[in-house]
Write a protein that binds this ligand. Structure first.
Ligand SMILES: Nc1ncnc2c1ncn2[C@@H]1O[C@H](COP(=O)(O)OP(=O)(O)O)[C@@H](O)[C@H]1O
Ligand SMILES: [Mg+2]
Length: 345
């Protein structure tokens, strides 16, 4: 029997640099995850290759295209989160794969493009009866606010992820703070700011896997805020997510399965499945929600290309249903393979 082939594609760039307490810290890049996925697939008998896309090198895109074209006899595990230094090109990479007739894991260009725009995602979800926090999109600091928006509010870049631009200053309580923060986001990220009702409630991530009738939501994971400083808003800011040196990193603890009643778990899973379906997600994705004071589940965002590293929420949710890391990764590949099989029938 010939070995099945998987090519893992990723952004071959240095990790982000972050200034913490005056010190520049180098954060890890995605290469560790690439190796973990490679090992997981090898364990399951796949043959693997790794194809990186560099942002800075001249001709990097030409080289990348040459290599992906040679991967046409297998499936591509897509870990690209952008291209040429732009997160908005995340969708374009999958467009390229589709144009070359290549098979790949995860969502396609339309879903990736729509989901990156948090405002558009919320417009689509709310028009289909999924609740999301009240919001507005601003291209300039506002002189007054929509009547439905009440302080405290949270200000985020419209089209980023990984908590870029989200620190304790993102939650604002006055018009003055709001104007300043909107200005900061527009200038720093060269894009509009999205201003949302700040939901000071429990936060859950729900991983979803599969397609059509066989898709399923995994056990919800709760982000538990442990001994969080009183003077800081309880949010998964950039430092809490990525900067191990920061005390906030150790004060947001994912708990999976979340300690919640079955009925509520079912509700969270139903919302996540619906949001996944509405956004046209494929194979696997993660839905982030918060619960309002009124008990309503409000979707913050849909992540059609979620962090799939062994220590991230998705892998934890897999473990909660008995899938170890290699089971989870090979399951994602099988789900994608089955989808292509059905498409060509
Ligand atoms: N409306 C909101 N109310 C309360 N917290 C929020 C809200 N929006 C975002 N957050 C906090 O900020 C984090 C990152 O926001 P999110 O919209 O998920 O963007 P990202 O794409 O950067 O993950 C969330 O995990 C949550 O802790
Ligand atoms: Mg998020």
């Amino acid at each position: 029997m010939t070995e099945k082939k998987v090519s893992i594609i990723f952004n071959d760039d240095e990790g982000d640099k972050y200034v913490f307490e005056g010190q520049e810290i180098n954060l890890e890049n995605v290469f560790g995850t690439v190796k973990d996925i490679e090992n997981a697939l090898k364990e399951k008998g796949y043959s693997t290759s790794i194809i990186g896309l560099k942002s800075v090198q001249k001709n990097s895109l030409d080289e990348f295209i040459k290599k992906i074209k040679s991967a046409s006899d297998g499936i591509i595990f897509n870990l690209c989160e952008g291209a040429l230094g732009k997160s908005s090109f995340e969708a374009h990479i999958t467009g390229l794969l589709e144009l070359y007739g290549l098979k790949f894991t995860g969502s396609g260009p339309l879903t990736l493009g729509m989901s990156l725009d948090k405002g558009l995602t919320k417009d689509i979800l709310s028009s289909r009866e999924i609740m999301t926090p009240e919001y507005c999109v601003l291209n300039a600091p506002p002189s007054k606010l929509k009547r439905t928006l009440k302080f405290p509010l949270i200000v985020k870049p419209l089209k980023e992820d990984a908590s870029l631009g989200i620190d304790s200053g993102a939650v604002v309580n006055t018009m003055k703070e709001l104007k300043k923060r909107v200005e900061y986001i527009i200038e720093k990220f060269v894009q509009p700011a999205i201003v949302e009702e700040y939901i000071d409630g429990r936060e859950f991530n729900i991983a979803v896997m599969g397609n059509g009738k066989t898709k399923k939501a995994l056990p919800p994971s709760e982000i538990v805020f442990v001994d969080f400083p009183e003077d800081k808003p309880k949010i998964c800011c950039y430092e809490a997510k990525w900067v191990e040196e920061s005390p906030l990193y150790h004060k947001t603890k994912p708990e999976c399965p979340a300690n919640i009643p079955e009925g509520f778990r079912d509700e969270l899973q139903a919302v996540a499945l619906r949001a996944y379906e509405i956004m046209g997600c494929r194979d696997y994705a993660r839905v982030d929600v918060r619960v309002g004071e009124d008990g309503n589940i409000k979707v913050l965002e849909v992540n059609p290309n979620p962090d799939i590293s062994p220590d991230a929420g998705f892998a934890r949710a897999g473990k909660a249903i008995g899938l170890d890391y290699s089971d989870l990764i090979s399951e994602i590949v099988s789900i994608a393979e089955q989808r292509y099989c059905l498409e060509t029938r």
